[in-house]
Design a protein around this ligand. Structure first.
Ligand SMILES: Cc1ncc(COP(=O)(O)O)c(C=O)c1O
Length: 358
């Protein structure tokens, strides 16, 4: 089964009969400005990708860890993980997952036969976490932007280790948060088979197309994933680009500042051009902003509230698409997630929203 994600411009362009080049695509949380592609040695296109110690050093420096595996994106790990975990712990049958969040996690665990216990913004009560279970936290969450504090996560890590469980922290969007909040730098001993951290490269560096990411875990986990994924996971040019980007502190600082400025301008634009009386919250990170539509105009019943909330978000989604502006309607259809526009695209977005409001 293929899930619907943002970034499916071809499909949406066809649906609304507007040529792909005429769209403003804000449907993903990928930075609108990307790391400039360096001049790539031609040889890297000619030979098979080699283990790249320069990239490994750069990644260990950037993520502040000693134990990582270079992968072709977090997605490959998400898909394979339930099978490998089941081999590790045959008694494990339950996974706790965020109800709102990247749905590939749920698909992978459900496909492997795990029972899903959904949680909302608040993590499941620590004392109620069952033996041998798996907890997946997306930090910060996409699309809600909810950030879990590191101290909290460390206590869950301890709990899952004690109860023979697995703690998976997906940090796809954490690059725009204070580095101290990341779990990537915790020391993972070789006996710790209970903690895995996923880092995506494509979002902050704006280069999702080159497919590269990193898994942080103990040596045994890294070796098992490496064996299962096989050789040549990441092509040579992608390795080269990622190495330069991960080393480039100056560009990273600039990117942080740009995303911070653009995302706060986006927040203002949304507040000014959306009917705020129909909106509960606008939340997110410097890589996206999510607008939650009010459950209902009149506080009659919960059922009506949900229908109205869905209607507003969906109506807005369609009205924006009709103007060639593509945003992400969340799976529950109650919210719209806006990727960060480039400075030159703000006017088009503001006009499209104003046209709907007026
Ligand atoms: C929360 C989250 N995790 C992981 C991924 C997968 O990213 P990638 O495979 O590019 O690292 C995504 C993609 O959108 C995501 O939103």
């Amino acid at each position: 089964m293929a899930l619907i994600h943002g970034g499916q411009l071809q499909r949406v362009a066809k649906q609304f009969n507007i040529a792909p080049e005429n769209w403003l695509d804000l449907s993903t949380g990928i930075a609108p400005l990307s790391y400039p592609i360096p001049s790539i040695p031609e040889q890297l296109y000619q030979v098979l990708p080699q283990p790249n110690s320069a990239l490994e050093t750069a990644a260990k420096g950037y993520y502040n860890t000693n134990s990582l595996l270079i992968t072709n994106g977090s997605q490959a790990i998400i898909k394979l993980l339930p099978t490998l975990w089941h081999e590790e712990n045959k008694h494990s049958t339950t996974v706790y997952l965020p109800e709102q969040g990247y749905k590939e996690h749920a698909l992978a665990w459900q496909t492997a036969g795990f029972i899903v216990c959904w949680y909302q913004d608040t993590l499941p009560e620590i004392t109620e976490i069952k033996e041998n279970s798996v907890l997946v936290v997306i930090n910060p969450n996409n699309p809600t932007g909810q950030l879990y504090q590191k101290a909290t996560l460390l206590s869950y890590q301890q709990k899952l280790a004690q109860s023979n469980g697995l703690f998976v922290i997906d940090e796809a969007f954490i690059d725009v948060i204070e580095p101290a909040q990341s779990m990537a730098n915790i020391s993972i001993s070789n006996s710790d088979k209970n903690t895995l951290i996923l880092r995506s490269f494509g979002k902050f560096f704006g280069l999702a197309g080159i497919r590269i990411g990193f898994l942080i875990g103990n040596d045994d986990w890294l070796a098992r994933f490496s064996d299962h994924l096989g050789p040549w996971q990441v092509n040579g040019p992608a390795q080269f680009i990622a190495q330069k980007a991960l080393e480039d502190k100056h560009w990273q600082r600039q990117q942080q500042q740009t995303l911070k400025t653009l995302s706060s301008q986006l927040q203002t634009l949304l507040t000014e051009n959306l009917p705020m009386q129909q909106i509960t919250t606008i939340s997110g990170t410097a890589l996206f902003q999510t607008v939650y539509f009010k459950a209902g105009r009149d506080d009659t019943s919960l059922e009506n509230k949900n229908i109205d909330g869905k209607k507003s978000a969906e109506n807005y989604y369609i009205a924006l698409c009709k103007q060639g502006v593509y945003v992400r309607l969340t799976d529950d259809k109650c919210a719209l997630r806006f990727g960060i526009p480039k400075a030159e695209d703000f006017e088009r977005l503001a006009n499209a929203l104003a046209n709907i409001k007026n």
